[in-house]
Design a protein around this ligand. Sequence first.
Ligand SMILES: NC(=O)c1ccc[n+]([C@@H]2O[C@H](COP(=O)([O-])OP(=O)(O)OC[C@H]3O[C@@H](n4cnc5c(N)ncnc54)[C@H](OP(=O)(O)O)[C@@H]3O)[C@@H](O)[C@H]2O)c1
Length: 364
Amino acid sequence: MAVTSASRSPVRVLIVGAGAVGCFYGSRLHRPDADTGEHVLVSLVCRSNYAAIVERRGVEMRTRAYGDYLFSPEFVFPSIAAASEKGIRWDYVVVTTKALPDLGDDSSVVSPVATPQTSIVLIQNGVGVEEPYRRRFGADVQILSAVTVVSAEQISPGIVVQNRWTRIHVGPFVKGRWDQSGTVIGENGPDHLAAKRFVQMLKDGGVGDAEACTEQQLQVIRWHKIAINGSMNPSAVLSNGTPNAEMTEDDELRHHLRQCMEEVFRGASAVLGIPFPPAGLATADKLLKSIGRNTGARPSMLVDWEHGSRMELEVILGNPIRMARERGVEMPRLEAMYGLLKMAQKRRDEKVRDNKERHLQTKL
Ligand SMILES: NC(=O)c1ccc[n+]([C@@H]2O[C@H](COP(=O)([O-])OP(=O)(O)OC[C@H]3O[C@@H](n4cnc5c(N)ncnc54)[C@H](OP(=O)(O)O)[C@@H]3O)[C@@H](O)[C@H]2O)c1
């Protein structure tokens, strides 16, 4: 008898962090009625949008690439504990929370659902996001690292809009898992195969530009994205909300942005041990040119700042600065922006807390 996708056991995927990126990629991976390829069942762990998603019976997706549709996951959980109680052996646990190591260790969040059979996939911005997971799980758990340039947002609870682009690279993070190079970390090692399988599942779901890469290639892409995020994001906040393209049109700011990118390139070169950017990846001038063409784009850090939310300062600035510094490379522009924004965020949060306390006292 031919093995159809329906007769094979499904691939179970748990998305932790049902926001813009989680719902977007979750909705493409979910293929409950697949005729070809893998039969994939996606579930969501929600937080503030749990009630809205249950009420809508799924997530309303408004996408540029695939039109409008309702994404109805297999299960919607209000917490990781609820997902764990279900007793499912998850093949992939995909982490799509904002990476905020200054608030807490997300690796402890996924601990109840991670088994040696699980691949943890981190689709988050920044560098150094994998380390806390490796520290917690040791060599037992497979970690995949992913970088995306999708432009998506959750415009209200349970409604996700994808504005432009989908591009995602996925690679293994074997550091600390396999001690010596050998077949296990080669192209046919289990971690690479898990990355390739995940990419194939995305492709089956219509994400044509998903690409599997090696660990080194993936880290190169992470650092190259830091050249954009580490320069544009903090500068947009510090210039009082200037959109990306407008920043590149101002002579002084353009010079500053180019210098920031060059700093990141020097740091990346020291950390990764290769000339940076390697052939095929855009130089600072090319990046600035393409950012200048993308009018209206506002970095996520600016949106977070305006909403009074935590900014991903540690993974976009703090980690790169510390990693480069360990290798003797300073990044003075990034260091200045990091110090200023960390303090601005602290004072903003203190002010909010004080106001709340004052409000409470007046009510009493
Ligand atoms: N959006 C983009 O276009 C884009 C593009 C490239 C890269 N990225 C990166 O992708 C990552 C995710 O970004 P995003 O835009 O999808 O963020 P997002 O829309 O804010 O989604 C994050 C989600 O995670 C949830 N969450 C946080 N902690 C949780 C926990 N402990 N348990 C369960 N849920 C939790 C949040 O819930 P609450 O609502 O309750 O906080 C929120 O729903 C970030 O690293 C970002 O920089 C985003």
